[in-house]
Design a protein around this ligand. Structure first.
Ligand SMILES: [Zn+2]
Length: 237
């Protein structure tokens, strides 16, 4: 239950959301209710995300929906023809992390369900309809952004990425573990530049990870899931 720990909505609302139930009012007693995050009118963002779930046929999980929203140029998106959707790239102004957080809030508020029995596919709930039609407004918690750290001087080999240092260190730890297990030097797994790009782009699907330079099909198959797991847990925490 990654979504529960990082929730920015009333805890009780989140819990009921997992069972497809909607709470009329926040409970007023949990830590979130007692110390609420800043809120903003998220109607347009929510409409973008919900219509993207609809346009992709309600057959995909958060990672792919976010990729389509952000206009990712991946093979998977090309194969599926999703670059031709009207919702392709309409969310390019926000990070993958922000969209992931927004979609989690839509789940908590009972506009979407995540079918854990079926690859965590997102499907719309009837309650999403008035919001999509613009008959309803929605306020959500403003995403709490993690500070992105500028790359340090003298580390030009890490490329042009404004990456997240905490995630970068976590990815390095994954690499160290894999390198030890394989008996190879760390750079034989992935170069620092590839890890920095991952820590900047935060890919959460195989397709998105494959778009990172230095990640080929072979390495994706061998090591991809280890790195994706780390990124997903970082993004969703
Ligand atoms: Zn509450």
């Amino acid at each position: 239950m990654v979504g529960f720990a990082e929730a920015q909505s009333c805890r009780r609302r989140v819990l009921l959301g997992y069972f497809g139930e909607r709470l009329g009012e926040d409970c007023g007693n949990c830590d979130i209710c007692l110390n609420p995050p800043e809120r903003y009118d998220a109607t347009v963002d929510a409409q973008k995300a919900l219509s993207c779930v609809y346009r992709t046929g309600q057959r995909f999980g958060i990672g792919h929906v976010v990729d389509v929203l952000r206009g990712a140029r991946s093979e998977r998106i090309r194969e599926l023809g999703h670059a031709r959707l009207s919702t392709y790239g309409i969310g390019s102004g926000r990070s993958a992390e922000e969209w992931t957080g927004l979609i989690r809030q839509l789940i908590h508020h009972g506009y979407l369900v995540q079918d854990v029995a079926r690859y965590s596919v997102l499907t719309l709930i009837e309650a999403a309809r008035p919001l999509l039609r613009g008959e309803e407004h929605l306020e959500l918690a403003r995403p709490r952004l993690r500070v992105k750290v500028q790359q340090k001087k003298g580390r030009a080999k890490l490329g042009d990425f404004d990456y997240d240092e905490v995630l970068f260190e976590r990815l390095r730890a994954v690499r160290r573990r894999l390198a030890d297990a394989e008996g190879v030097p760390p750079f034989a797994i992935f170069a620092d530049a590839a890890l920095a790009e991952m820590a900047a782009v935060m890919p959460t699907s195989e397709a998105a990870l494959l778009a990172v330079s230095g990640v080929g099909r072979h390495k994706l198959r061998r090591f991809g899931s280890e790195f994706l797991d780390e990124i997903v847990s970082f993004v969703g925490r």
